[in-house]
Design a protein around this ligand. Structure first.
Ligand code: DQA
Length: 171
């Protein structure tokens, strides 16, 4: 195995197994298998490995997150779904393993019901993407791959996400 090959995870919370048929006016018509396939393609194109896990059970997700440090997972793309708004246990698991993660939501949780507008994860996350549908997963994985490659910091400080030179600062 290539020693620089890293393991990246996508974790999906409850009801995301129903993507494609679940409230398509909110969550779109793309199924979870198609989302995972694209994430896997991105990871393998960069020489890395990909695993995904979906569960409707909070404890199963906590168990999986707890394995992340032992499995030496480099980055997690995580849509906690409804547990976003409820789960101190999952938050604590992510804090415990200290594996960097990007929080993704298909819908824009800030434009929806008040109870969806609080996340137990956002302040721990390396970043949050909400409202872009399946594109959000792809962007999150691209960001994770760039961060693994060590490009994330320079881009953040330069204010450029596309590798273009930073704009000249006024003043
Ligand atoms: C969601 C938003 C959550 O509020 C909701 O409970 C979900 C999916 C999203 O991807 O938009 O199940 O995380």
């Amino acid at each position: 195995m290539n020693t620089s090959s890293k393991l990246l995870w996508a974790l999906h919370g409850p009801n995301l197994n129903l993507l494609g048929t679940r409230e398509p006016q909110i969550y779109g018509s793309t199924g979870l298998d198609a989302i995972n396939a694209e994430l896997e393609r991105l990871c393998t194109a960069h020489g890395h490995r990909f695993e995904s896990f979906q569960s409707n059970h909070e404890g199963a997700l906590v168990d999986r997150v707890q394995q992340a440090s032992r499995r030496q997972v480099a980055f997690i793309v995580f849509n906690p779904a409804a547990f976003t708004h409820t789960s101190v246990a999952l938050r604590d698991a992510l804090a415990a393993v200290a594996v960097p993660f990007i929080e993704v939501h298909l819908s824009n949780i800030h434009g929806r019901e008040a109870f969806r507008q609080h996340s137990f994860f956002s302040d721990l996350a390396a970043g949050v993407i909400s409202g872009l549908g399946p594109i959000g997963y792809r962007l999150a994985m691209q960001a994770a791959l760039e961060k693994i490659a060590g490009k994330g910091q320079e881009d953040a400080s330069a204010g450029s996400a596309d590798g273009a030179p930073p704009p000249a600062r006024g003043g």
